[in-house]
Design a protein around this ligand. Sequence first.
Ligand code: UDP
Length: 336
Amino acid sequence: MSQVGAGKTVLVVGGAGYIGSHMVKSLLAHGYDTVTFDNLSNGHRDAVLGGHFVHGDLADRELLEDIFEEFDFDGVLHFAGSIQVGESVRDPQVYYDNNLANTLNLLRAVRRGGNPKLIFSSSAAVYGEPRQAIIDERHPCAPLSPYGRSKLMVEQIARDFAQAYGLRVFSLRYFNAAGADPDGDLGERHAPETHLIPLALRAAFAREPCEIFGNDYSTPDGTCVRDYIHVADLCEAHRLALEYLPRAGGFHVLNLGNGAGYSVREVLSAIEWVTGKTVPINLGPRRAGDPARLVADAKRARAMLGWRPRYGAIETIVAHAAAFEQRRHQHRRAAG
Ligand code: UDP
């Protein structure tokens, strides 16, 4: 493993969460020192496999200032945030507090930190209803939910900060983050879980049905099509962005996806193929705010960062998630 990060310290906000914990593992493997900052509202302390850990909340400006005084960061990665589209419609306050106001606190600290480099976890939700089959970064942004709007607002603020204060920023717009650590150490542990792949895997292992949210979309089999991107490939893009930032000025937006769409039914078939088990299903109504199809054009990330996703096949994404979920299922059964 290359030691490109030797002597460099990175702050990973939300580093105890799903993507953040994979990121910390990858940074440590590349020789970086890490400081994980997490309020453990959704993250897990035991998912932080090394480096420093600070239990804290981005609402705590004083604590943030203390951390930036104590450490000299070579970059800041911001994964913390609330992620459920439906919940954001029901309770937007939470989304504007967590995703917007708290991120503003972080931006203030990054700006004052002397070496202002930020990688922000944004989302394909900023685009809203797609106007074309494959979405590149020039697609208009018209988010459909407070979640998507909170991400877009942070992008707009970060762009202003880049222009006014010399902040260097990559905003990475994820399509559907999925999969688990190929070594099996980490995986997806949301509570409650809302994502298709872990829910369908649980359905397969526990023989309890999972729900398909709508089968009357204008897609080949009627179910929604998404671009699933392996969490390890996402982390690799972040690491490359981190290494690129010293050379890049200003604010950059990049889509992160594979450029291939799979329907809900295709994902369920991949799960059945990988596990050898049937996924019991119930057909349910559409979920509010779900566009029929979301597929990335991620050519810009490939060209700019030299990023090449390694685990693009849906079967690989599902196989890594299945290995992790199967162990959790066994633990749950053993615990009664
Ligand atoms: N989905 C589903 N049943 C579930 C969870 C998700 O049919 O129990 C569908 C959802 O409507 C979407 C796709 O699976 O079309 C991916 O949803 P997920 O929540 O995993 O990610 P999102 O697209 O919301 O980021």
